[in-house]
Every structure is written in C-alpha cells, then in structure tokens.
Design a protein around this ligand. Structure first.
Ligand code: 2HA
Ligand code: ZN
Length: 270
C-alpha cells in the first residue's frame, strides 16, 4: 500500500523522529501499555499532493475552537496504541490529520483511520496556543517518567518552582538544557478540557515542560527530539536525587554561587 510518507521525504523524516523517540520512551519504562502520546505539527512538510488527499474519516471534534489551526496538519499517536508499536510501525499506530476550516473539527487523511490520542484536546489546544503567540515549536509530548511522577506524590514538591530549583541543582546540564524549569499542574482527569486549559496556563508562565500531578509530564519543543531531551534531562536529575536519598542522605545540590556562575556563563535566565 502507498503511504503518505512516500509523498514527502521531509514528512517521512519527521515521522521517523517520532518513531525513534517512541522507542526511547518505551526503553526508559515511561510508556507502559498505551501510556503517553506525541503530536507534531507537520504542516510545513505538506505539499499539494497531500493537500488534495481525501478524508478517510468523518469530521471529528477538536473539543474546542482552534482558530490558529485552520488548515494545519498533524501526525498523532493513535488512542489505545502502544508506544513500543509506534516505534516499529508509526503509520499503523498513528495517523495524519487535517484541521477543517471551521476550526472545530478535523479529519484523518492517512494512512489508516487510526483515531488520535485521548489527550488530543490538550495537544491541539497547546499547538493552537503556540501558533497564536508566533512560536516556532512543532512538537508536543506526553509521557510517564517514573521518578518525576513519584516526586509529584508529595505536596512539598508541588509548590511553585521547588522541584525546578531542586532538579537544576543536581547536575549542571539540567538548567543548561531545561532553562525554563518544570511547571506544575494539579491533578485533573486525563484527557479533559480542564487539563488542557491548565496545561496552557502553566506553559504560558514560560515553561517548556509541565508536571501533571500523579500522572506524567507534558513537554513542548522545536521538534520531538528537543521535547524528549528536556524531559530526559529533568528525569536524570530526579534519579540522582533519589539515588542520594537511597544512600541515606539528602543531596546538598549545587550551591547558589555555582548556579549563579552557570547562569552567567551560559546566558541562562536567573
Ligand atoms: O494516551 O497517557 O494520559 C495515554 C495517556 C493518557
Ligand atoms: Zn498519560
């Protein structure tokens, strides 16, 4: 069977990156069963052949009015699909969708009528927000990093920027590669519009990664690799913190002076 990926090498490469990251998520143990999802804006890779492709689904609801998404295209992991299967067979476990002109519906155009992720309301609302503010970010990623979720099970880590400062202080790379820190979104029902709205509100406070209490993280980036790298870096810090605790001590963390020197040298926000 002909695949949409044969129509655009750039689209093929972008979906290849999604498959690669899906493999990492599974390998890291962050993607049990169908856990997590990835949505990428692929509009820039869409050519006239793809624009003329017919829908292979009825119009479906975007769960909200998305004025900035009119005519956009996304590759989305399918609902109930396994990340480990997305890694091997991306077009069997994900699909390309087109947002319709009413900005409230979408249709699936390729390769198969795989229904997108249950977290589509969050992902599309975030992409609508990103385009609206002129961002060049194209990727959104939701996953269940074990250590970060574990840390969200105590109120002391849910206070604003307590975890950001703790995780930054575990190893210099974390602030260097995740300079906006980790936002906190209180527990809300998975897949709900409330969760989508709270996610956008927190991202708008200038975070690239937010922690969904007792559930997972939601990250955005220029591309799926960048979004993954930020989560991976934060989770590395969480692992160092836990290893220190398991050795029986509270880690000191880098000093205020060391953090200030790092921020100064690498031009990071204070
Ligand atoms: O899509 O992780 O939060 C599976 C999930 C929902
Ligand atoms: Zn989830």
């Amino acid at each position: 069977m002909q695949s949409i990926l044969d129509s655009s090498l750039a689209l093929k490469a972008a979906v290849g990156d999604v498959a690669e990251v899906a493999g990492y998520l599974w390998g890291k143990g962050w993607a049990e069963r169908n856990g997590g999802n990835i949505v990428i804006n692929v509009t820039e890779f869409v050519n006239d052949d793809i624009r003329q492709m017919h829908a292979i689904s009825a119009p479906l609801s975007t769960s909200g009015y998305m004025p900035h998404l009119k005519g956009s295209y996304f590759f989305c992991k399918g609902t109930n699909r396994r990340m480990r299967d997305l890694a091997r067979w991306p077009m069997e476990n994900g699909s390309v969708i087109r947002i319709l002109d009413d900005c409230e519906h979408y249709e699936i155009i390729a390769d198969k009528a795989v229904m997108p992720t249950s977290e589509l309301p969050s992902h599309l609302a975030v992409h609508n927000y990103l385009i609206g503010k002129g961002s060049t970010y194209k990727a959104s990623l939701h996953t269940h990093p074990t250590e970060l979720v574990a840390m969200s099970h105590t109120n002391k880590f849910l206070e604003k920027d307590v975890l950001t400062k703790l995780l930054w202080s575990m190893i210099p790379e974390t602030k260097a590669f995740c300079p906006r820190g980790l936002g906190i979104v209180p527990y809300m029902l998975p897949g709900s519009v409330e969760l989508a709205n709270a996610t956008i509100k927190t991202l708008a406070e200038n975070y690239d990664v937010v922690l969904w209490e007792k559930h997972g993280v939601f990250a955005i980036g220029e591309d799926v690799m960048q979004a993954f790298d930020m989560v991976d870096t934060l989770c590395k810090s969480a692992c160092i913190y836990m290893d220190a605790r398991m050795m029986g001590f509270e880690p000191d963390g880098m000093t205020v002076e060391q953090m200030a020197e790092l921020s100064e040298t690498f031009h990071l926000p204070k």
